[in-house]
Design a protein around this ligand. Sequence first.
Ligand code: PLP
Length: 397
Amino acid sequence: MSSVVCLPKGGGGAMADGLRKRYPFLDLGEVNSGYASELEEAALRVIRSGRYIGGEEVVAFEKELATLTGVDHAIGVSNGLDALRLILRGYVEMGVMQPGDEVIVPANTYIASILAVSDAGLTPVPVDARLDSMNIDTSLIEGAVTSRTRGVMTVHLYGRVAWDEQLMEVARRYGLKIIEDCAQAIGARSPLDGLNSSRRVGGLGDAAAFSFYPTKNIGALGDAGAVVSNDAELIRTVKALANYGADRRYHNIYCGWNCRLDALQAALLRVKLKHIDSENADRFERALVYERSITHSAIVKPLMSRWVTDNVWHQYVVRLARGSREEFREELLRRGVETDVHYAVPPHLQPCYAGKLKGYFPVTVQLAREVVSLPIATGTSVKDAAEIAEIINSMKV
Ligand SMILES: *Cc1c(COP(=O)(O)O)cnc(C)c1O
């Protein structure tokens, strides 16, 4: 560790830390401070309205999200996992999928994507990732299709759009529903339409789930999520399922759940949703600084997009090609740089899926061993990113 000043062991540590600039991985207070007065105004509006579940704030939020994603319908729900569960259970209630049917999922994802499938009584069938995009390897999807396959979930992991001709072609040929997990990619646009793409994630497949967990690119001040789709029947089903299964008051056609969105969260989200493109553009700027400045030979940087809009950089994830990840992260921390790992244990190796998610996913396992996420959220300036890159370049790995 190269310290600026020589200090005795023990008591000197705190002082040395005090001298050094810190680079937090994510400071949610900082993320929301830019919107403080608007958020306070929105909260006050809800407090005074006397309407705390549903109501006009939720309706307005749903309309604004539908417009943003270019779909006919959006429903605000309790969180991202519930949004995914509602879509899959919705397909089961509609008879589009039967219990035991298979849904193809990326092996390299946050476990919530897969939990939603098994929760609906469906069988998740993982498909390995590509090492460069870290997203589902679409060339492997067809090989995983069986007579029971009914859907494929595409997850735009780390903000990178997972969408190509091959995915669409296989879905078309086998009549599969495409469910998008947009939790990490709000605002991102399809790479197929080039620079002027108007199609955003959520409007690419048959149905999509969003999460507004506080750490996402657009985060609530608590839990929140949404389902979007052009399928009016699915939307009707999801709406009922999210409200105890009732299609009208005290008339329950399903044994449903309570997955509603708070008016307070909807009002807060409306403030932030307006700024989605500038938030994402700022993330791109920081990613570009990392791309240009990190030159360390042990670091494999993420693919830079061909179009600036097909990755909204929810995370900036590098791979450590040699050396110990834990030592690398500890050394960075000693130099003030907080990092994170998304994710250290893939879903198929989690205890809850032991022996249930069958298959061999070497790329996913490699990624789990090598990935490190660098600070990229609001609160990390372009200058910070340049300094972090310098610190990384000077490290002995
Ligand atoms: C965050 C996340 C979810 C779950 O969203 P919650 O709102 O936390 O329930 C699902 N899928 C992915 C890829 C996520 O990152």
